[in-house]
Ligand binder design. Structure first.
Ligand SMILES: [Zn+2]
Length: 107
């Protein structure tokens, strides 16, 4: 899933597009939004980037709507998810399905 980076947070494409539209309506969009060297992600969402913002130590979720961004995991990330999915729950099941990880008790 594609993701935007804005103010040190990750957003799904829908939320990122909404933020961009809101900033544009307030006259705060950069002159050329496709030129990412011309603005900072503090001011305007950068992206969209593939793979949910890229490899991370834990699953990424959108900071706006909470949707799971389906990013790749580091080996630490796999450990984290294996321990997180052991107790079950909706979010844990989403992670377990996507990564194909079986839950297990923390060592
Ligand atoms: Zn979102």
């Amino acid at each position: 899933m594609n993701a935007y980076i804005y103010q040190a947070a990750l957003y799904c494409e829908d939320c990122g597009d909404s933020i961009r539209a809101r900033l544009a309506s307030e006259g705060r969009a950069p002159t050329d939004p496709t030129d990412e060297t011309a603005f900072d992600s503090e001011e305007y969402p950068k992206g969209p980037y593939p793979d949910g913002g890229g490899e991370a130590d834990s699953p990424n979720h959108c900071d706006g709507c909470g949707v799971f961004l389906e990013n790749p995991l580091t080996s630490d990330g796999y450990e984290y998810v294996a321990e997180a999915v052991a107790p079950g729950g909706d979010v844990a099941e989403q992670w377990a399905d996507f990564y194909g990880i079986e839950g297990r008790e923390a060592a």
